[in-house]
Design a protein around this ligand. Structure first.
Ligand code: DLL
Length: 442
């Protein structure tokens, strides 16, 4: 055994940092943080400008809590510095580039040195191992390959763990099913809604989704609920764990969930320092357990050091369990920019998912439509949701009333529920769009 690894209590061998004490981990964070802020200040003009404007200097970072004195970084900063203005190394040292799709504006571009890629693969490998995947297993990777970080990020992690990777990418659902049956993978990596698409398509072909070789699923890239986990685990006879990440901070593998506890993703705090801030007053840094917006600072990245990146993801920090020194993040309730404000009430698609999946007649296939009928000043929410195959039209009318009442009770919003036929709503190919905003543009 090398110095880097210690034997774990499970059958897996863990990285030394996974089993560090909290004190040891915080000492490591401080030295890495001091290095990162100085490195970013010296090498990236945007950071120098922002630090100088705020009146802070890297030498002001004496303890971890001093991080709160430093300015935030936002997606807008990355857009303004498009394409390579945030890079801290010369281009010949950048081994790979990824980017966001840019559908809502200019793409954000991120880069990695060879060492960044190795660290990324190591962290994804940690997540997979923690979710139950082991060296030698076959891994069906249905995250999209390309500029999106999901496909190649998950791929490199599975290879680093010592798995046999099947790089199918997203889409071509029929082919996915054939390969799952023929290659007999042990684990699948996909977005939760795409796994649902696959399972659904299997059932339609007369294949029992619980009968495949799959035992583990590592799911992320979009919000999902405990109810969705239950749905997928029962339907497919698998164990499903969460994996979280975002391209600006690295990609998948910033945090991952343990199969033994299934109680939220552990953030790899030897590489990222998380904070929770008040989403509406960013000057307030909140304590552990309090809900707010997640903020990350990278501790080891070379090509794109990122200081206090505002994710817009709403969550909270919880104590570590399966990896005691690494804090967990509570399930993401939604993104602050995905929040529907309906007549003064805040609402997230995940709340609807949670409520709908407790009603046996309703399926997990739903979408939310926001409209403003002619001549009215009030916005209207319509929940379109498919009934389960076995449910009659009369049965679905009762389910619609139940869903409407439950949304009123638990969320506080009045809405219209439209129960539609199985298979009539659009299926996911990756990250699923839940909200359709048909309101007239201001
Ligand atoms: O979605 C990276 C990723 C790929 C994570 C594969 C996990 C698996 P982006 O495209 O930059 O990167 O989108 C990042 O997706 O800020 C969250 O809003 C959302 N997200 C990612 N993972 C989760 C998760 C990838 N486990 C954005 N739960 C993030 C909820 C998630 N939301």
């Amino acid at each position: 055994m090398t110095q880097e690894t210690v034997a774990a209590t499970t059958d897996a061998v863990l990285d030394r940092e996974e089993t560090m004490s909290r004190d040891e981990l915080e000492a490591l964070q401080l030295s890495r943080l001091q290095h990162t802020v100085a490195y970013a200040y010296d090498r990236v003009p945007l950071y120098k400008r922002k630090f100088d404007e705020t009146g802070v200097h890297p030498t002001d970072l004496r303890e971890l809590s001093d991080l709160g004195k430093f300015p935030f970084t936002t997606k807008e900063d990355l857009r303004l510095e498009y394409p390579f203005g945030m890079f801290a190394v010369p281009q010949h040292e950048v081994a790979r580039i990824h980017a966001s799709s840019g559908t809502t504006g200019r793409a954000t571009v991120v880069g990695y040195t060879k060492k960044d890629l190795a660290d990324w693969a190591k962290l994804v490998a940690r997540c997979l191992r923690m979710a139950g995947v082991r060296p030698g297993m076959k891994v069906h990777n249905a995250y999209g390959y390309g500029l999106f970080t999901g496909g190649m990020g998950a791929h490199a992690g599975a290879e680093a763990l010592g798995c046999t990777v099947i790089p199918i990418s997203g889409g071509q659902t029929e082919r996915q099913i054939t390969l799952i049956q023929d290659f007999k993978p042990d684990a699948i990596l996909a977005t939760p809604t795409y796994l649902l698409t696959i399972a659904d398509a299997m059932a339609k072909q007369g294949i029992d989704p619980a009968s495949t070789s799959l035992k583990y699923a590592v799911l992320g890239a979009e919000p999902w609920t405990e109810e969705m986990r239950h749905e997928l685990e029962v339907m497919m006879n698998i164990k499903a764990c969460d994996i979280y990440g975002l391209s600006e901070v690295m990609g998948p593998g910033v945090a991952g969930e343990a199969v033994e506890t299934q109680d939220g993703s552990h953030i790899w705090e030897d590489h990222f320092r998380p904070e929770i801030i008040d989403a509406f007053d960013s000057s307030i840094v909140l304590g552990d357990g309090e809900p707010g917006e997640l903020v990350f600072t990278s501790l080891t990245k070379e090509a794109l050091p990122i200081i206090r990146y505002r994710t817009k993801d709403l969550s909270r920090l919880l104590p570590g369990t399966a990896r005691p020194a690494h804090r967990r993040m509570g399930r993401i309730t939604g993104r602050s920019d995905d929040m529907i404000i309906l007549r003064g009430v805040n609402l997230f698609p995940s709340q609807i998912e949670e409520i709908a999946l407790r009603i046996p007649e309703l399926s997990p296939h739903f979408q939310l439509e926001l409209s403003r009928p002619e001549g009215q000043r009030m916005d209207q929410l319509t929940v379109k949701i498919e009934r389960r195959e076995s449910v009659t039209v009369e049965g679905s009318a009762a389910a619609a009333r139940t869903l409407q009442q439950q949304i009123k009770i638990h969320v506080g919003s009045s809405c219209t529920v439209d129960v539609v036929d199985p298979g009539s709503l659009e299926r996911s190919n990756g990250k699923l769009r839940r909200i359709y905003d048909m309101r007239p543009k201001a």
